[in-house]
Design a protein around this ligand. Structure first.
Ligand code: V47
Ligand code: SF4
Length: 372
């Protein structure tokens, strides 16, 4: 369990002050967040983040059994970091699944102890809200206990606008059909100038936050991501987290914060070198320290690779995500460590145990399914 942070000999009065705040469970300011990124050593960040992680969760490390459905990679947008999408004009190079094909994917898990399906994909101009309403209803009719976590705010924004529905009307329609929660994708970096350079044409920060606020308002939970390691600086990362922290103060609807490392394979930002493992650990640690009102910080292991994912468990992360089969292509196409992100539950449990943590299988809402 969490020890005492006073063993840390702070290298500046500013850092001493931050350490004391953490011990007293006080919130750090955005300026202090930037200070940590710029001045704290990796060891100091690790100690602080781990202290908070153990105070919140002890050694527990969650994982869940889910699978992905990616309805299409055809997309009306052209995010520069995306290695996955194809424009509608080149749709013969991509894929478009029918409702029956997606139902077949769900049926392939009949009898298997899966608790969640994560549905996310490109923004296809012809797959509208009513198409997805029917899909969700059919999945629920087939397997009512399966939690449907689906659609980034980017997909939802487009669907709602196309159907001329308000965000509240659109979200309510999908929720009534059986959509249970929202994944955290599409957030990227909220700063308008950086967003303009990496994903100019999709929903802006205000829109992303408002869509999640709308979901929270009708009782749905959601996650939040941050794409780091491209054109942004430390202030942009902290600004991103600060906007999420403020919304969470109001709604308490976010479960998990997921920092996503930019991978540079085969996209329009391929000239940008990927950040180091040290930078990854710093980012996880500052996230855990700064996002005091987010219950969980999650690492997506296929993106980082198994060993780095294990390391994150000492830098604030208490949850490992990753499909247990190879159903997602978003990352493998961007150059993730794991080209075939397949890991049996036993292997995942062993990875967690190897670094002295306690694996706990959870459902989407962090109810314990089984402790190991
Ligand atoms: O928004 C796209 C990212 C996200 C690249 O909520 C890239 O449980 C790195 O949000 N390098 C979508 N990242 C995936 C996502 C997610 C993943 C796992 C769990 C959850 C959850 C959500 O993938 C996009 C974008 O930020 N992404 N391309 C790339 N080249
Ligand atoms: Fe489309 Fe998402 Fe790729 Fe952007 S990241 S181009 S919205 S699939």
């Amino acid at each position: 369990m969490a020890g005492d942070l006073s063993i840390l000999t702070a290298t500046s009065p500013h850092l001493t002050n931050i350490i004391q705040k953490i011990q007293k469970q006080e919130r750090i300011t955005p300026e202090e967040g930037v200070y940590l990124f710029e001045n704290a050593s990796l060891a100091e960040l690790g100690a602080m983040a781990n202290f908070i992680r153990e105070r919140k969760h002890g050694d527990i490390t969650y994982f869940n059994r889910n699978f992905h459905i990616e309805p299409t990679n055809i997309c009306v947008f052209s995010c520069k970091f995306c290695s996955y999408s194809k424009l509608y004009a080149h749709r013969e190079e991509g894929w478009e699944l029918t409702i029956d094909q997606m139902l077949e994917k769900v049926k392939a898990y009949d009898g298997k102890p899966i608790t969640e399906v994560h549905i996310v994909g490109g923004v296809h101009p012809k797959m509208d809200i009513y198409f997805f309403e029917e899909l969700i209803k059919k999945i629920k009719a087939h397997r009512p206990d399966l939690h449907i976590k689906g659609f980034t705010a980017v997909e939802l924004d487009y669907m709602f606008r196309k159907a001329k529905l308000s965000r509240l009307e659109g979200m309510t329609l999908l929720h009534k059909a059986g959509l249970d929660s929202l994944p955290g994708g599409g957030a990227e970096i909220f700063d308008a100038k950086v967003r303009e350079q990496i994903c100019a044409d999709k929903v802006d920060a205000e829109g992303w936050l408002d869509i999640h606020a709308t979901a929270h308002k009708i009782g749905m939970h959601s996650n939040a991501t941050m794409l780091y390691g491209h054109l942004e600086n430390y202030s942009h990362r902290i600004d991103h987290m600060d906007r999420l922290r403020k919304l969470q103060d109001q709604t308490k609807g976010f479960n998990t914060f997921i920092p996503l490392k930019f991978r540079n394979h085969d996209n329009e930002l391929s000239h940008i070198p990927e950040v180091s493992a040290i930078e990854d650990m710093k980012t996880y640690a500052v996230s855990r320290i700064f996002m005091d009102n987010f219950p969980h910080v999650k690492a997506y292991w296929p993106m980082l690779g198994r060993e780095q994912a294990q390391l994150t468990l000492s830098f604030g992360v208490n949850d490992l995500d990753g499909t247990i089969d190879d159903s997602t292509k978003i990352y493998s196409m961007a150059g993730s460590e794991e080209q075939n992100p397949s890991l049996s539950s036993e292997e995942l449990i062993n990875l967690i145990k190897q670094v002295g943590r306690k694996p706990v299988e959870r459902d989407t809402l962090y109810n314990t399914v089984k402790a190991y």
